[in-house]
Design a protein around this ligand. Structure first.
Ligand SMILES: [Cu+2]
Length: 393
């Protein structure tokens, strides 16, 4: 089950992006397996959408109908009266392609996926029968793998992600060593050095459900105080409680969790539309949890996270540019302009060495109007980034 931390973030995105439910997903190691596209993409723009309804209940979440022809499938999820089953996800071999969540009794919502022939599952955590098979029939479509430029794009993205997570592992080791030795000053400046690597790759970490919650969850997401772990738990100890007592175990667990992430990212194969959706997620992250100051509420190093999210989005966009140029040159130039405007807006807050050596000022000192200006440039960039997935698939 996904972490509440992730739930809240996805919910925060839902207002701004249609593809909010589409986290960056990955298909397994089987190279011959071409099914499972995570995005409502352009290649099927002409084909008819199949409507599938899913009612979540304490008992199950069986889809009706249980089969669909390959192409766009719109899942409408309803919760009539279940207090404990409030979401439904579509899984491909255990990996989530799309979802609708936070459906309290009486609520409904939908998401659309373009699905290739194959066997999927509709999953509703908490129900007696929590998984029901969903079959997509028809021939497998022409694959993006036939386009060498897209293959190159996905490979360079994978290489970049792996490199970032490797640095996450080493910078987290340095940070947690300072925490365990009780060196408060060192811990304060090493915190951001590790955080930025996580913020660059966050949508990838979200592929594996609760790993993101363990590493990056917030106090208000945790079901019990013991469930509040990871970076933000230690952040709270440093900046709010001003004591590192009891942090040893949490530091060890954080190292284990980022090492786990590192071993997982080395097995991922990305799809082009998913890289594009990951970029959208990152830009929306800036809007929903950095501009608000929500994420780094104790340390106020939000501008560094902003930098990380923006760099992660820009990397995802960059690997797709060679292909995008051949499809929509105007969008490419809009992206470049709006990225630059966002980067320039952030640059205004650069400082050397900066607050807690982050290279930026203390975000709690950035006023309301200034935050609004930042938010406007992020919004414009997000709007352009959200168009990429439909162009490259
Ligand atoms: Cu985060």
């Amino acid at each position: 089950m996904k972490s509440p931390a992730t739930n809240r973030r996805v919910l925060a995105c839902a207002a701004t992006v249609i593809s909010a439910g589409l986290l960056l997903t990955a298909c397994g190691g089987d190279k011959s397996d071409s099914k499972g596209s995570g995005a409502a993409d352009a290649k099927n723009a002409g084909s008819k959408t199949t409507d599938v309804s899913v009612t979540v209940s304490n008992k199950d979440c069986a889809p009706t109908p249980a089969t669909a022809p390959a192409g766009p499938v719109k899942f409408t999820v309803k919760n009539k009266n279940s207090a404990k089953v409030t979401e439904a996800e579509v899984l491909d071999g255990g990996k989530m392609l799309g979802e609708k969540e936070n459906l309290t009794p009486g609520l409904s919502g939908d998401f659309t996926l373009t699905l290739d022939a194959g066997s999927y599952e509709v999953y509703c955590p908490g129900a007696d029968t929590d998984k029901t098979k969903f079959t997509v029939t028809g021939a497998a479509k022409k694959s993006w793998k036939d386009d060498p430029a897209l293959v190159t794009a996905t490979q360079s993205y994978a290489t970049w992600i792996t490199g970032e997570v490797k640095e996450l592992v080493s910078s987290t080791a340095e940070f947690t060593a300072a925490v365990k030795s009780g060196d408060m000053d060192k811990a304060r400046t090493l915190y951001g050095k590790a955080r930025i690597h996580y913020e660059r790759v966050e949508p990838t970490a979200e592929i594996w459900g609760d790993i993101d919650g363990r590493i990056d969850g917030r106090a208000d997401d945790a079901a019990t105080p013991a469930d509040f772990t990871g970076f933000h738990r230690i952040e709270q100890a440093i900046w709010e409680k001003k004591s590192l007592t009891g942090m040893d175990k949490l530091a060890d667990q954080l190292n284990t969790d980022v090492a786990d992430l590192y071993s997982k990212v080395q097995t991922v194969e990305y799809q082009p539309a998913e890289i594009a959706n990951g970029a959208t997620d990152l830009v929306n992250e800036i809007q929903s949890s950095k501009i608000t100051g929500e994420e780094e509420r104790y340390s106020h190093i939000d501008l560094l996270d902003f930098d990380g999210n923006l760099a992660g989005a820009n990397e995802a966009v960059s690997v797709l540019l060679p292909v995008l140029k051949t499809k929509d040159a105007a969008l490419v130039s809009t992206l470049a302009t709006r990225y630059q405007q966002t980067a320039d807006a952030l640059k205004k807050y650069e400082a050397t060495p900066g607050y807690e050596s982050t290279g930026y000022v203390d975000y709690s000192k950035v006023g309301k109007d200034a935050r609004r200006t930042l938010s406007q440039s992020v919004d414009a960039y997000a709007e352009a980034v959200s168009k990429i997935a439909g162009k490259i698939a």
